[in-house]
Design a binder for this molecule. Structure first.
Ligand code: FCA
Length: 327
């Protein structure tokens, strides 16, 4: 009888173990600067998939400013997290974030926007995954020039509205890539107008483009480039306000995630297409790399870059599906 009881006790203990192990799931944070932007929602979607596939817990946090980031790191640590992936609201917060992470014993992977140290240089000792920004910019510029040629627009009649945000390096590399490719395709430098955006959202680029349109009233056709879809969408809206539309505007964005509704509009707009990068894959990869780093000590590569696919109204539904962005 005693023996049976002991066995029963042992059996109960064993069956309780997996539940105990589940309670001790590894927890990681995923912090993004603009949680309202579809790009970041799709990163979260990918990271959530990685969490389900690997059995870790994901804590998603929106961190629009420095104070929110530092508070989030304290609360992550208090909740037992062992690391986090972050797209920081300001790359110059890098040293402060790394200090806090060290204090709290948290491992860090940066995504999209690379930390900059107090010496103004990239913090290359912090793991990073992001776009091949120059290449993707160049592809966007080449696509703009190709479509311009297809429509037989002359350089004299055409202006380039290049929405810029040069204080963020990945944005600078993208718009410089666009500029280089346009020039290489024969667009004269004096037809390319930079319009700096104060904020990296639609109102920010709408304002920037409006200023440019007031300064350049004589231009018949516009090409629009920028660091992401929202940069181009804001300019498209500004142009619509002045009577420009699909017939005389070619806008090409970057991201491919923030233009889905636009491309689904029944009538084409000035937003012609986008260089799509797989946000879900970026989210999946960074979260999974961090998990393995915590669990097995597998150090992620120092620098990983992702590539772009050109989408237009012709192929976007199919590419979005294939990249796991839509079901
Ligand atoms: C930056 C931009 C985002 C996205 C990301 C890859 O963080 O703000 O829209 O383009 O890079």
């Amino acid at each position: 009888m005693k023996k049976t009881l002991v066995c029963l006790f042992l059996a109960l203990l064993c069956s309780a173990l997996p539940a105990g192990a589940a309670a001790a799931k590894i927890k990681i944070g995923y912090l993004v600067k603009q949680p309202e932007e579809p790009w970041f929602q799709f990163e979260w979607k990918g990271a959530t998939k990685a969490a389900a596939a690997n059995g870790f817990e994901l804590i998603k946090l929106g961190v629009p400013d420095g104070e929110k980031v530092l508070n989030a790191l304290d609360s992550l640590a208090a909740n037992g997290a062992q690391g986090f992936v972050i797209c920081t609201p300001d790359v110059r917060l890098g040293p402060a974030i790394m200090n806090k992470a060290k204090q709290n014993n948290l491992k860090v992977i940066t995504v999209d926007d690379q930390f900059v140290g107090s010496n103004g240089q990239f913090m290359t000792d912090v793991r990073y995954l992001g776009m091949s920004a120059t290449k993707i910019g160049q592809a966007s510029g080449a696509a703009l020039a190709a479509e311009m040629k297809k429509r037989n627009w002359t350089a004299a009649d055409t202006g380039v509205c290049l929405i810029t945000f040069e204080e963020l390096n990945t944005a600078f590399e993208r718009t410089e890539g666009i500029l280089t490719a346009l020039k290489a395709a024969g667009v004269p430098a004096n037809r390319i107008f930079k319009a700096p955006q104060k904020t990296t959202d639609i109102p920010g680029s709408l304002d920037a483009a409006s200023v440019l349109l007031t300064q350049q009233p004589g231009i018949k056709h516009w090409l629009i480039g920028g660091m992401n879809d929202n940069a181009v969408l804001g300019a498209v809206r500004a142009m619509e306000g002045r009577g420009f539309g699909a017939g005389n505007v070619i806008g090409i964005g970057i991201n491919g995630t923030d233009c889905i509704d636009e491309l689904r509009k029944p009538k084409p707009t000035g937003f012609f297409g986008s260089m799509l990068v797989s946000a879900p894959q970026e989210g999946y990869k960074t979260a999974e790399m961090l998990y393995h780093w915590i669990k097995d000590g597998a150090e992620p590569p120092a620098d990983t870059r992702t590539v772009g696919i050109f989408i237009t109204r012709e192929n976007f539904e199919q590419v979005l599906k294939q990249e796991g962005i839509t079901e």
